[in-house]
Ligand binder design. Structure first.
Ligand SMILES: [Zn+2]
Length: 260
């Protein structure tokens, strides 16, 4: 779907910080046991920034709303609805492997509310808020009538109590999306981060919905469905894996900075 019709976004902050208080001091071994192996060092390693963090992933569109479309000779051959879910599933796997908790707005090709985009978006915002997630990642692909436009961009909202966090997250994810796409062999155009105020705000990230998202978040637009070059790359599973890696490393960098 045309970018003007996107309202999806992100949210992040909230309750996660409450969970991480009770860490037992490690260095109280009695003198007689000083030479024993440190059992803490033998525990499976979990990324410290993952501890207690819940990430809400929103694969954009669904059902009869297929989102932006790539056409090959007049026939749609790649749909944003499908690519968003594939990418979101890859991202969810990476986050869970690193120790994060993950919830998703959809796990198949159905919409939450088919045939009513406004109700569908409100249901996604409500689900993100009910999850008490620390971050919201809304996974989209871009579309414009001008088919020559290609490249990578990440949107954030500058009009929320946690807008500074939104911008940090957008910056980190943008950097790592571009880096990972290039490492996968595609020299994507870096279009930078974008403030969704210029679009009148996306529903998922912005302040105008009745009960807006409670947590920092972003809407990612890593490639253009409507550009032949971008769409050809998006058909490659290794490129979708690289995009998921870009989101993942952006989340890691965000929490690394926020807690240092
Ligand atoms: Zn979209």
């Amino acid at each position: 779907m045309n970018r003007l019709k996107h309202f999806l976004a992100a949210a992040t902050m909230s309750a996660g910080l409450l969970v991480q208080a009770a860490v037992i001091p490690a260095a109280i071994a009695p003198p007689a046991l000083a030479a024993a192996p440190a059992s803490a060092a033998e525990q499976p390693v979990q990324a410290p920034q993952a501890k207690g963090k819940l990430i809400f992933i929103d694969p954009g569109h669904g059902g009869s709303d297929v989102g932006a479309v790539h056409k090959n000779g007049g026939t749609a051959d790649v749909l944003e609805r499908d690519m968003a879910l594939d990418t979101a599933e890859r991202l969810a796997r990476m986050l869970r492997e690193a120790g994060y908790d993950v919830q998703m707005s959809r796990t198949d090709q159905s919409a939450l509310v088919d045939g009513n985009e406004g109700a569908d978006l409100r249901a996604r915002v409500a689900a993100a808020n009910e999850s008490n997630a620390d971050l919201l990642i809304s996974v989209h692909y871009n579309g414009l009538d001008r088919k020559e436009v290609r490249g990578t961009e990440v949107w954030y909202c500058s009009d929320r109590p946690f807008s500074d966090d939104n911008k940090v997250l957008a910056t980190k994810v943008q950097e790592s999306l571009v880096k990972n796409l290039r490492a996968a062999g595609y020299d994507t155009q870096d279009r930078g981060i974008k403030d969704d105020s210029i679009m009148g705000h996306f529903a998922m990230n912005g302040p105008h919905i009745e009960k807006p998202t409670k947590m920092p978040g972003i809407t990612g637009e890593p490639l253009f469905m409507t550009n032949d070059q971008d769409a050809e790359q998006l058909k490659r599973p290794e490129v979708r894996e690289a995009i998921a890696r870009g989101y993942f490393e952006g989340v890691e960098a965000y929490f690394g900075q926020a807690q240092s």
